[in-house]
Design a protein around this ligand. Structure first.
Ligand SMILES: N[C@@H](CCC(=O)N[C@@H](CS)C(=O)NCC(=O)O)C(=O)O
Length: 257
């Protein structure tokens, strides 16, 4: 970690349990950039993201008079404030191409699929879902969610496509990526590409974290004992496989808070 850099008024808008938000949070924390986290649930997160000129998704970073409206551009913004040797996107062209291609694949193959697998377990347990969604958000947003919980659950199931076929496809997408990560790790390497932590590692660990639940994850995650049973079984088995052990190790060794 470098010296603490101040960027007065830097604000990261998040949904607290979101894995894309964790990716941005990790990069900011690692760079020692001071920021305030503003946590919301949809629809407030969507409104804040649109105010920033984004598509309605978070993370969104507000700083000075400008914004960044997706996790990759936030990592690049952080890199601009880092020494070249500390950057998550390396400067060496061949390495950069590998990191960038892999990080983009992680966004695509773990982003929606992990969300789908996790929430398919939670929608079956309304109390657990409400606890997860309302943790660490402003009181009023939690209150409004609770008032509309059953409708919110239906909307969530539709928006995230939690039907059986889509969930099965999500499992396949996750498995294919985990298998490729395990193939890379099979030679004993410490990081996915190159000799140091890159956007590929941070992206993979952040987006896979809901399936591993690293103990020092700073987002609003459930503890293993709180998680709905089918997901708990999946987390337990994921923790035991090489890709899961890799996520736990990156959180332990490289996730400075
Ligand atoms: N490509 C975007 C994806 C971000 C994303 O999907 N964010 C989700 C939370 S994990 C979100 O804000 N969803 C709110 C919604 O769709 O209403 C990024 O990398 O930042």
């Amino acid at each position: 970690m470098g010296a603490r850099k101040t960027d007065a008024g830097t604000t990261l808008v998040t949904i607290p349990f979101s894995h894309f938000c964790e990716k941005a949070r990790w990069a900011l924390d690692r760079a020692g950039i001071e920021y305030r986290e503003e946590r919301h649930l949809p629809p407030v997160s969507v409104r804040r993201a649109r105010e920033a000129g984004g598509e309605g998704t978070v993370p969104v970073l507000f700083f000075d008079t400008a914004t960044r409206t997706d996790s990759k551009s936030i990592l690049k913004w952080v890199d601009e404030r880092q020494l070249e040797t500390q950057r998550l996107f390396p400067s060496q062209p061949a390495l950069l191409a590998d990191v960038e291609a892999f990080a983009d694949r992680v966004d695509r193959d773990l982003g929606a699929p992990v969300r789908r697998v996790v929430f398919s377990a939670y929608v079956a347990e309304p109390k657990a879902l409400t606890r997860l969604l309302t943790r660490a958000v402003p009181w009023l947003e939690g209150f409004v969610f609770r008032l509309n919980a059953s409708r919110a659950r239906r909307v969530l199931a539709e928006r995230m496509k939690l039907d059986t076929a889509s969930v099965a496809e999500a499992h396949r997408s996750i498995e294919a990526l985990f298998a490729d990560v395990e193939q890379l790790l099979a030679d004993g390497r410490r990081y996915l590409f190159g000799k140091q932590l890159s956007a590929a590692d941070v992206g993979f660990a952040s987006l896979a974290a809901p399936l591993v639940l690293p103990p020092n994850h700073p987002g609003a995650m459930d503890q293993l004992e709180e998680v709905p049973a089918p997901l708990r079984t999946l987390v337990e088995s994921t923790r035991r496989r090489p890709a899961g052990e890799f996520v736990l190790r990156l959180y332990r060794d490289d996730r400075a808070g």
